[in-house]
Design a protein around this ligand. Structure first.
Ligand SMILES: Nc1ncnc2c1ncn2[C@@H]1O[C@H](COP(=O)(O)OP(=O)(O)OP(=O)(O)O)[C@@H](O)[C@H]1O
Length: 299
């Protein structure tokens, strides 16, 4: 989704970002542009460098090479960054923690009062944060981040630790932020977060491997074959990477024959299923890298 005009530059432009820590290269020549007033999800498996990338985008870490430009109003507060698990202060109460960050940020507002109600934290505000559950700490951190009035909000795994109902509540808050003109960038490995994103960037250990509108990416997946783990492997329908991905109680494979259609191949305990965002994540993080690393082997 593009909200950009010639007079309206990207909210964030990162060009050729590389970063090493402790002698290990964690980011290698990554370039991304984030459109203003959109929600962008950076999805990928554990350990591929999503948090390091957010740290670079937000200025918490300086990249070794490359440039990052954020917004247009240099000199004013452009963004807030909520690294996962690092804003909550265990020795303070929830209220004291909020007060602390309110006193630190020049663009803090009192929107936290509504947010603690939305996130059901009000009865716990005077309890010590060390006694909060993981989900409550997460919601406290989101309260702090969403209370700051800035054009760009950068969040590290905002859905982690939350139950499905609260994930939807957080999605609603992020959508209302976007609709009010805020740009939101967040990392995830939770497929349901794709519902929220205007743009999805998939990150693997080779960098950003695919980007696009999540629904479009999902609808352009190869046909998906589901089989029970005990059913014979259907050799008549070769699948990409010879890789079956666990999907609840069944295994999903991505058919190399694009003409496979529901109803045609439904035999011996396997069937063709509609793709989900779980399939989208599985394909681009677990299957496509296998194909990409074997040039000419299958594609
Ligand atoms: N200070 C550091 N020094 C050396 N290596 C580090 C440092 N911080 C992180 N790493 C390594 O960088 C890699 C990427 O870490 P990062 O936290 O960005 O991954 P991630 O994609 O956000 O993973 P997750 O989804 O599990 O949070 C990991 O292998 C991690 O061990």
């Amino acid at each position: 989704m593009s909200n950009r005009t010639a007079h309206n530059p990207p909210a964030i432009r990162a060009m050729n970002i590389s970063k090493s820590l402790g002698g290990t290269q964690l980011l290698d020549n990554i370039s991304i542009e984030i459109e203003p007033q959109t929600v962008t999800a950076i999805a990928g498996p554990n350990g591929v460098g999503k948090t390091i990338l957010l740290c670079c985008l937000s200025g918490a870490l300086a990249p070794d090479t490359g440039t990052i430009t954020m917004g247009t109003n240099e000199g004013t507060a452009q963004h807030v960054f909520a690294p996962q698990g690092s804003l909550a202060l265990p020795g303070l109460t929830g209220r004291e923690t909020i007060d602390f960050y309110q006193s630190l940020h020049p663009s803090a507002t009192d929107r936290w009062r509504d947010l603690v109600t939305t996130f059901e934290l009000t009865p716990h505000l005077d309890e010590l944060v060390r006694n909060y559950s993981g989900g409550m700490q997460q919601l406290l951190e989101l309260t702090i981040a969403f209370s700051v009035s800035v054009p760009i909000i950068i969040l590290d795994e905002p859905s982690a630790n939350l139950d499905p109902t609260m994930v939807q509540t957080v999605h609603d808050v992020i959508r209302s932020k976007r609709d009010a003109g805020t740009t939101v960038v967040f990392t995830t490995h939770t497929p349901v977060d794709a519902e929220l994103a205007d743009e999805l960037l998939v990150m693997t250990d080779t960098g950003i491997t695919v980007s696009g509108v999540p629904q479009t990416l999902r609808d352009s997946l190869p046909p998906i074959i589901a089989r029970s783990p005990t059913a014979p492997i259907p050799e008549s329908v070769p699948i990409y990477g010879d890789r079956w991905v666990r999907h609840g109680d069944v295994l999903h494979g991505f058919a190399r024959n694009p003409d496979v259609r529901p109803g045609v191949e439904e035999v011996s305990g396997r069937s063709i299923v509609e793709p989900s965002f779980r399939d989208l994540f599985a394909y681009y993080t677990e299957v496509e890298p296998l194909i990409a690393h074997r040039p000419g082997a299958e594609k």
